[in-house]
Design a protein around this ligand. Structure first.
Ligand SMILES: [Zn+2]
Length: 214
């Protein structure tokens, strides 16, 4: 299995994952560029980083993206539904962190059904709204890897739907879609730890939990 390293810094930060594919990418950026870049440097020359692929626009996942781009030259990718939300303190929930949202340009809009070619890996883009309007999950079919952002977390947990543009109905539909995937051997969530233990059963628990809020 390809190496994936969690490279974000603070405990309350979103998880940023360095995926050591032939074309190395970062999935989510977290809030703090410096510790993340330092951690990336433990594994690759930061200039080798090709893409910063955001699961959604929330501050704890995206705020460090422009600074990391500046230092690495990597391209920023974000859901087309959320490009217009960049820089908005409410929509990015920057206010929850007592911060303001940085403005930045998105180099490539993501949409459902796209496949990102990382050389030896192919990331399928799955639009999973609910936690935010443009939340995306990324699935590597051959390796059974799911980057689940804030849509589902381990142990049957789910992303909150009470923030800007959130919807419990959408979240339920999105989790139903994840359960249609062939198989997930490891989940890399936007918060909490990586899990490789009976992941589909954990996602089924998330669906049961989410349905209670309908
Ligand atoms: Zn979020």
């Amino acid at each position: 299995m390809v190496e994936v390293h969690k490279v974000s810094g603070a405990a309350y930060d979103g998880n940023a994952y360095l995926v050591m594919a032939e074309r190395p990418v970062l999935i989510d950026a977290g809030m703090f560029a410096e510790p993340t870049i330092r951690n990336i440097r433990r594994f690759i020359d930061p200039e080798e980083l090709e893409m910063i692929i955001l699961t959604h626009c929330h501050h704890d996942h995206s705020a460090a993206a422009p600074a990391i781009k500046e230092r690495t030259g990597a391209k920023i990718m974000l859901s087309k539904e959320e490009i217009g939300l960049v820089g908005d303190d409410l929509a990015t929930v920057a206010y929850l962190f007592g911060d303001t949202a940085p403005e930045f340009e998105v180099d490539m809009p993501l949409e459902d059904g796209m496949v990102l070619d990382l050389g030896d890996l192919r990331l399928e883009v799955i639009h999973t709204p609910g936690h935010s309007p443009g939340s995306m999950c990324f699935y590597e079919r051959r390796e059974g890897m799911l980057f689940s952002g804030d849509t589902v977390f381990p142990d049957g947990n789910i992303g909150r739907t009470d923030l800007f543009g959130g919807s419990t109905e959408d979240l339920v539909r999105s989790i139903e879609r994840l359960l249609e995937l062939d198989d997930v051997s490891c989940m890399y969530p936007g918060h909490m730890g990586i899990t490789c233990n009976n992941v589909m059963a954990q996602i089924r628990d998330s669906l049961r939990f989410a349905r209670r809020f309908l």
